[in-house]
Design a protein around this ligand. Sequence first.
Ligand code: NAD
Length: 290
Amino acid sequence: TAEIIDGKAFAAGLRARIATLVPAFEAAAGRVPGLAVVLVGEDPASAVYVRSKGKQTREAGMASFEHRLPADTTQAELLALVDQLNADASVDGILVQLPLPKHIDEQAVLLRISPEKDVDGFHPVNAGRLATGLEGFVPCTPLGCLMLLQDKLGSLSGLDAVVIGRSNIVGKPMAALLTKASATVTVAHSRTRNLPHYLKHADIVVAAVGIPHFVKGEWLKPGATVIDVGINRTENGLVGDVDFESAASVVGAITPVPGGVGPMTIACLLRNTLVAAHRNAGVALEADAI
Ligand code: NAD
């Protein structure tokens, strides 16, 4: 049966490495890296995410600035806060927790964040940088998936990869990262006609669909490496987009849900914040330090 990829342990190691790099930054810059997290409204899942982001930021020795705004905050008020954070030299990264209440234009808010502080990597400038091979910020969840894949497989060059899902947050940047890593990438989505046909040849599968147990083991190539991004709340708790039991008897390695990709996302957020701090303060960071 398949090796279970321990994202929780990998993320803990990554956070520990990040924490060891903070004192040198502080010595050089005279301040610690700072992450501002903005939550609008009271969505319970978002509140949990924001709380763990703040906690893990502080545990890494960085400053966490948390802004909790009421659900009836106007778009103008939110944009004014983003402007204020853009101008604040103690803030290296700005994260506006999604989804935003319906009366606020999400795209307008993401566009307002300075690309140099866009540690979520959602600004079109950073998406463009990723697409064209320029240095920028890569969205945290696909970055975490790439780290797990490279840790497991080493070079991805020439491998066949299928990404299921084409969202701006996961699927598209994941496909860009795999392309950059020289995999041969297929992007499948809701209009894909014969998904099992593509999966049968895939050495790497990244599932970011949002449908519980969607990917069946019988569709997968024996020995494949499967990264399950899905976080679906069901009566039986959190489950992924991959039918774990049937997949685990076929593939070579697979991430569990929970304990796979989930913990990697915040660890990569801290990584992006540390990188942003070095760039913003003009302090060098060794290329392969994290
Ligand atoms: P999304 O709803 O924006 O995108 C889902 C994608 O799945 C779409 O591109 C759609 O085309 C595709 N899809 C839908 N039905 C399909 C089908 N029948 N066959 C093939 N493709 C199909 O979702 P998202 O934001 O990309 O998130 C996907 C999943 O990942 C969700 O479960 C979400 O909760 C989870 N997620 C996890 C993390 C994490 O930190 N681990 C982060 C972001 C999202």
